[in-house]
Design a protein around this ligand. Structure first.
Ligand code: ATP
Ligand code: MG
Length: 319
């Protein structure tokens, strides 16, 4: 619908109005011309008040006119060449559809934000809590089999070790909550955190782990969010090696050069045929690793073959 135009005389009687205004009011011109504005617009007292105040203005208002509609109102006084008042012009610009479209867009943005957040929470659960429970399960199974073999002392030692981990995890829940609030919270000095994690991993799973640093230093060159994502990618690559590959050694290399940071995780385990179409239903790790890499504008490559170990490479441009 076009803009509605209504012309009034100095006493606020309607002198003329365009077809859009007639359609808006749903009446013939004969019923409108000569009528007092206040009578025709009795459903919209604030508009009548603004018109009788007479000042030039542009306002936005909502009114009930065949459903709730949103208008931008322009009021312009009409004067003769000697500046004597002749009347007023009211221009009503219907913004209802524009406002509805903006509201729909806002809703869509909110929905997208919720989905993104949900995605992030599920990744955190997979990579953080998922791995911890996997570890507990493995250790408890080991304790059970020690008990079955009457090795109570061995089982007690294992359980004491597990109790230590429970305490650490408990303390880490706070960190995990922070991690959901800001992806950056789990980050710190990447090399230090990688080295601590590799030590923990090697000790608890009995797999030899090594950390190598090559090329230019990356100190201060990666944002906390990038560091947090890289750490999670390495953690899942390590978890996969442990879970699927039965390796004797895992090497993590952090390299800077050519404006990029590159981290590789290499295991000497059984290897597998990577599925380029990623059709593995119920498997989330590789998909999440790829999404995390994309989130930070990086790339993920998985090279593997049955019998020759696996190399996961994540590479990201430096800011
Ligand atoms: N380092 C590896 N060595 C051998 N096989 C691997 C390795 N990494 C991944 N795979 C294979 O790729 C599959 C997909 O890995 P992905 O991490 O996506 O899922 P998952 O580890 O099976 O389950 P999830 O990570 O969801 O708990 C694995 O099931 C495994 O067969
Ligand atoms: Mg996995």
């Amino acid at each position: 619908m076009g803009d509605s135009l209504i012309i009034l005389d100095t006493q606020d009687y309607i002198v003329a109005l365009n077809p859009a205004a007639q359609r808006l009011l749903g009446k013939d011109p004969e019923a409108l011309v000569g009528a007092k504005l206040r009578e025709v617009f009795d459903f919209w007292p604030s508009l009548c008040q603004a018109v009788s105040d007479g000042a030039l203005k542009t306002v936005e208002e909502r009114c009930e006119l065949g459903g709730m509609r949103h208008f931008q109102i322009h009021l312009t006084p009409l004067r003769d060449p000697r500046q004597r008042p002749l009347g007023k012009v009211i221009l009503l610009h219907d913004m209802t559809e524009q406002k509805q479209a903006a509201a729909r867009l806002l809703e869509q943005q909110k929905a997208l934000a919720i989905l993104t957040e949900r995605d992030r929470i599920s990744r955190e659960l997979h990579d953080g809590q998922g791995q911890i429970w996997g570890y507990f399960n493995m250790q408890l199974e080991a304790a059970r089999s020690l008990i079955a073999r009457n090795n109570a002392a061995g089982a007690a030692e294992l359980l004491a070790q597990l109790a230590g981990v429970v305490r650490t995890v408990h303390a880490g829940i706070r960190e995990s909550i922070d991690g959901l609030q800001t992806a950056a919270a789990a980050a710190g000095d990447l090399l230090q955190r990688l080295s601590e994690y590799l030590d923990w991993f090697g000790r608890n799973y009995g797999i030899r782990t090594e950390l190598a640093v090559a090329g230019e230093s990356l100190a201060g060159k990666l944002s906390p969010v990038t560091e947090a994502q890289l750490l999670r990618i390495v953690q899942e690559a390590l978890a996969n090696a442990k879970k699927h590959a039965n390796p004797s050694r895992i090497l993590v290399t952090v390299a800077g050069g050519a404006g990029r940071a590159t981290i590789t995780v290499e295991d000497d385990g059984c290897g597998f045929e990577p599925d380029p179409g990623q059709r593995n239903r119920g498997s989330y790790g590789l998909k999440i690793m790829r999404e995390r890499a994309e989130d930070i504008g990086g790339e993920l490559r998985v090279e593997s073959a049955v019998g020759s170990g696996t190399r996961v490479t994540v590479s990201v441009r430096l800011e």
